[in-house]
Design a protein around this ligand. Structure first.
Ligand code: MG
Length: 159
C-alpha cells in the first residue's frame, strides 16, 4: 500500500469557464491556469503522483510546455492513472475536499464522479466533499478555489 496527499488552488477570474472534477459548472467566473485549472483533478493527480514517489504534477505536465495549454485535466488524470498502472499500482481509494465559497457544488458531485470514471478512476472509489471556508481567507473572499485529496494505492512496485 502507498498513501499520497495532494493540494491545489487556483485564482477565480472572469472570462474563464469553471471546470471542477471534469465538469463544467455554470458560474460568472472560472479558474485561471495554464491548463483548464481543474483544482480538484490537480489535487487528485498530485496525491497519486505523491503515492508513487514521482514528484509532483508540475514535473509531469510543466506549465511551460505548450502541449498542456488549456489541457483537459481529465486527459492528464488518465495519464497519471496509467502511470500508476505501469508501475504496478491501482487506486484503492481517493478522498477529497473542494473548498469554494461559491458556487454551491453539492449538486455536481455525482457528475464529477462519472467524469472521473471516464478517466479510468472509478467514481465509486472516489469520495468528493464540498465545503465553504465560512467567509475566511482567499477562498472565503471568493478569490479562488482550493482542493485537497488523499489516495491509497495498492500494488507491488515493478522491478
Ligand atoms: Mg493546478
Amino acid at each position: 500500500m502507498r498513501i499520497g496527499f495532494g493540494y491545489d488552488s487556483h485564482r477565480l477570474v472572469t472570462g474563464r469557464k469553471l471546470i471542477l472534477g471534469g465538469v463544467e459548472i455554470p458560474y460568472e467566473k472560472g479558474l485561471a491556469g495554464h491548463s483548464d485549472a481543474d483544482v480538484l483533478l490537480h489535487a487528485i493527480m498530485d496525491a497519486i503522483i505523491g503515492a508513487l514517489g514521482l514528484g509532483d504534477i508540475g514535473r509531469h505536465f510543466p506549465d511551460t510546455d505548450p502541449a498542456w495549454k488549456d489541457a483537459d485535466s481529465i486527459v492528464l488524470l488518465e495519464q497519471v492513472v496509467g502511470l500508476a498502472a505501469s508501475r504496478g499500482y491501482s487506486v484503492s481509494w481517493v478522498d477529497t475536499t473542494v473548498i469554494a465559497e461559491r458556487p454551491r457544488l453539492s449538486g455536481y458531485i455525482d457528475r464529477m464522479r462519472e467524469a472521473l470514471s471516464r478517466a479510468g478512476l472509478p467514481g465509486d472509489l472516489v469520495n468528493i466533499k464540498a465545503k465553504t471556508n465560512e467567509g475566511m481567507g482567499f477562498v472565503g473572499r471568493g478569490e479562488g478555489i482550493a482542493a485537497y485529496a488523499v489516495c491509497l494505492l495498492d500494488g507491488k512496485e515493478k522491478a
